[in-house]
Design a protein around this ligand. Structure first.
Ligand SMILES: Nc1nc2c(c(=O)[nH]1)N[C@H]1C(S)=C(S)[C@@H](COP(=O)(O)O)O[C@H]1N2
Ligand SMILES: [Mo]
Length: 240
């Protein structure tokens, strides 16, 4: 099992994942977090993930990470989670800027991507299936100019995250509205969030409002608060 993206339905893999987690449940610990109970996977899940290799040869689990079973809400100032309020502006260094409603977004080619995500606080969620539209699809539609070098993900209340253009158009990068076949929860960025799985999870902006292609880099919310500008989990680029 690897991180790479796949356009085909992921039902088989999902079932595998559920079985995998069930088998590992014996080693599971319960912890209270933000008033709710979350399961921290046992060492067996973490050890197994660490032993696996990705298609790019990297260890499936970046250094210093532990596997959790369920996505954990990490806060932030939410935007409206109503689909009718959703509007995504795709603009900047491109010849064809556009704005999408939620139904416009659904009318674009959809992808299902199996991707692991890694939070800088030390947890990773592995094997999640995220559905939505690839950044590369949006970039093609926008006719991005060759001068665009970075992508600024813009979210409610001024949150931003900067990603190198060439990394943002990798096939596992998308704007996503579903995890494991279900609409995102409000705490996880409903209706739509960015997803840049190969960088620390703060690069995946919740309550997404805009995608701006730019020539010059512009460090975002966490990048201007002591976190690393690039954020590669395998290089442990945690702090700037
Ligand atoms: N708009 C917005 N997006 C955000 C954040 C935020 O505060 N606001 N926090 C980031 C951080 S630090 C992390 S770890 C992930 C957490 O996502 P989750 O709450 O779905 O686990 O969202 C990222 N996206
Ligand atoms: Mo975070």
């Amino acid at each position: 099992m690897s991180d790479f993206s796949d356009d085909s339905p992921e039902v088989g893999r999902l079932k595998d994942r559920r079985r995998f987690i069930k088998q590992a449940a014996a080693g599971t610990v319960l912890v209270a977090f933000g008033g709710a109970i979350y399961r921290i996977a046992g060492d067996d899940l973490t050890r197994k993930a660490r032993a696996e290799k990705r298609s790019d040869g990297r260890s499936r689990l970046p250094p210093g990470q532990k596997v959790i079973e369920k996505l954990r809400p990490m806060g932030g100032q939410p935007g409206s989670s109503k689909k009718s309020d959703f509007s995504l502006k795709v603009y900047g260094e491109c010849d064809n800027p556009f704005t999408l409603s939620f139904s416009d977004l659904l009318a674009l080619p959809q992808a299902d991507v199996q991707a692991d995500v890694h939070c800088v606080t030390g947890w990773s969620l592995i094997g999640g299936v995220w559905s939505g539209v690839r950044i590369s699809t949006l970039a093609d539609k926008a006719k991005v100019k060759p001068s665009a070098r970075h992508v600024i993900f813009e979210a409610a209340h001024g949150y931003t995250a900067n990603v190198r253009f060439r990394e943002a158009i990798k096939p596992n990068c998308m704007v996503t509205h579903k995890l494991d076949g279900r609409g995102l929860r409000r705490s996880h960025g409903a209706p739509v969030r960015g997803l840049i799985p190969d960088l620390y999870f703060w690069k995946s902006a919740k309550w997404l409002t805009g995608i701006r292609f730019v020539k010059r880099d512009k460090p975002g919310y966490w990048e201007t608060r002591g976190y690393h500008n690039h954020a590669d989990p395998w290089l442990e680029e945690r702090y700037g």
